[in-house]
Ligand binder design. Sequence first.
Ligand code: E4P
Length: 219
Amino acid sequence: MKFFVDTADIDDIKEMAETGLLDGVTTNPSLIAKSGRDFMEVTKEICGLVDGPVSAEVVALDHDTMMREAESLRKIADNVCIKVPLTIDGLKTCKALTSDGTMVNVTLCFSANQALLAAKAGATFISPFVGRHDDNGFDGMELIRDIRLIYDNYLFDTEILVASVRHATHVLESAKIGADVATMPPAVIRGLFKHVLTEKGIEGFLKDWKTTGQSIPGV
Ligand code: E4P
């Protein structure tokens, strides 16, 4: 399972990249606004920090303007992945861009039928928003299960990128279902490393080690 970080904060991205476990980055217009940075400039900087896909979202609603925005965005770096909304114009844009070899992430997916359409449009990634789905009284994980089943039925290559992840259980359930990617806020990724018994265990081992009066040679 690939791990993407869902942020436009450079310090957070650097910290995650240094773990060696980061496979990509997703941004959206709200995250760009939160960063307070110029869209093109911050996207270019992010693309230089990771080898994997960096999603940058179009903001137009019509196909022609989406294509023009995508043209500009894909010049930023080879690892830019164009993010388009799950609308008719978004999927037309997806089809045109992927036919041309450009990576596309179809975002704001809230139903398995939408995911089926995105796969037919050749999407590289489909982004079902599990947290927002849960918030609205639906079951985000049921959506991931349905998409996995449909994609496996028809051997679609589109990767399921679980988005709007709120907590570690979303990550665990996504991994059990076989989702391809989870994009997570930095705090959720940090939380995955932690367990109270790991901390307690380290504390106990170090306490006992101290009683030996030894050190590891050369350190
Ligand atoms: C994914 O690409 C989106 O940027 C993101 O996961 C949205 O999450 P939110 O519901 O926390 O805003």
